[in-house]
Design a protein around this ligand. Sequence first.
Ligand SMILES: Cc1cc2nc3c(=O)[nH]c(=O)nc-3n(C[C@H](O)[C@H](O)[C@H](O)COP(=O)(O)OP(=O)(O)OC[C@H]3O[C@@H](n4cnc5c(N)ncnc54)[C@H](O)[C@@H]3O)c2cc1C
Length: 395
Amino acid sequence: MTDFTRSPREMDLEARTQKFIRDVVIPYEKDPRLGAHGPSPELVAELRDHARAAGLLAPQVPEEWGGYGLNHRETATVLRASGYSLLGPLAMNCSAPDEGNMHLLDKVATPAQKARFLAPLAAGTVRSAFLMTEPDGGAGSDPDMLSTTARLDGDHWVVNGRKWLITGATGASFGIVMARTGDHATMFLTDMNAKGIVIERVLDTMDVAIPGGHSVIRLEGLRVPASQVLGAANEGFRYAQVRLAPARLTHCMRWWGAAQRAHDIAVDYACRRKAFGKPLIEHEGVGFMLARNEVELLQTRLLIDYTAWTLDEGSKATTESSMAKMSSAETLFQIVDRCVQVLGGMGITADTQVSQIFTEIRAFRIYDGPTEVHLWSLARRLQRRHGKTAAGWQP
Ligand SMILES: Cc1cc2nc3c(=O)[nH]c(=O)nc-3n(C[C@H](O)[C@H](O)[C@H](O)COP(=O)(O)OP(=O)(O)OC[C@H]3O[C@@H](n4cnc5c(N)ncnc54)[C@H](O)[C@@H]3O)c2cc1C
């Protein structure tokens, strides 16, 4: 049986988050400290002070690290509410890549690593980066193409390679670097100001809401003490799986909130604005778009909740999270696109949040596995399942 029963603390946190986003965060959406490569460090600190005061900082992390130790279902409810403003997850310290990194550190870091790296990250006083993707024919959709290498030299590892599209690297305190160690991969914890880390440039990108933007980074003889191997050496690909499903799903949660915001703005416009003698929503072409949005928001929410429940039941939810990510990215993008259309010319202006949500959500169809890669891998599973079950039998 699938159980979606809502806990009292989940409902309380949802209501408090909704109020916090509406009363405190949304007024910051026109703040001049929002630059082309994300909000300034001062703005991030100010937003987090507000979240801290409201008891809403990093609600998803275990109590030991200052959160509420929410399960995945409860996290889904709270993160959806946080996503109602593009600044909400950042304010509440539950945005990418920090939120995924906190989850990974909590699951695999040593006690000393948790004290040094996880504690300040969960407290919202530092930011982090996750360095996996590579230019120059290295790892992208296919992680097996990982070309950054690390070799042991005494009690240090020496890392060489290039990474790109690394979110939040500028201004991050530390990073988790994925490198090849022989036939395996290993994750390393490194200070981002270490000698050997060169930020070549911050890319100009469609999305601008994440602090530090997305960087191209050269790792040039980076020396990492053996004590800063995250967890254990040669476990990098396995740890990537530990991060993968929950981190994919939290993206779906946050973007669901943003799509709901765009939908609410579009419904409001369609009910007030008239054309040809009646409100836009009474024209079937508009009303059906909004009705379809309503259905698809519910479908997506249920898919997120189902996958979260599967994780809470102890499953790795590899297939479910792949389906949820693929479906959410495509569906939420289409919902927001319809909202732009319903708003007419207003939809492409910065007078509402809809145009920014539309621009920001586009990349979600690419990161954490492009849509086509999820479909391809689901099709491979189908083929394998057919190979196992269809011997001698045809439908
Ligand atoms: C906004 C943003 C933030 C990011 N942040 C980070 C970060 O912090 N850290 C990090 O390490 N990486 C980050 N990335 C990188 C992201 O993980 C990669 O973009 C993603 O894994 C895809 O890799 P790629 O860009 O190299 O695309 P490629 O591997 O070059 O693929 C290009 C396209 O080919 C198609 N394709 C590939 N394989 C298949 C297949 N098997 N079947 C069908 N079609 C296929 C897909 O349409 C895909 O979009 C970020 C990316 C974006 C856009």
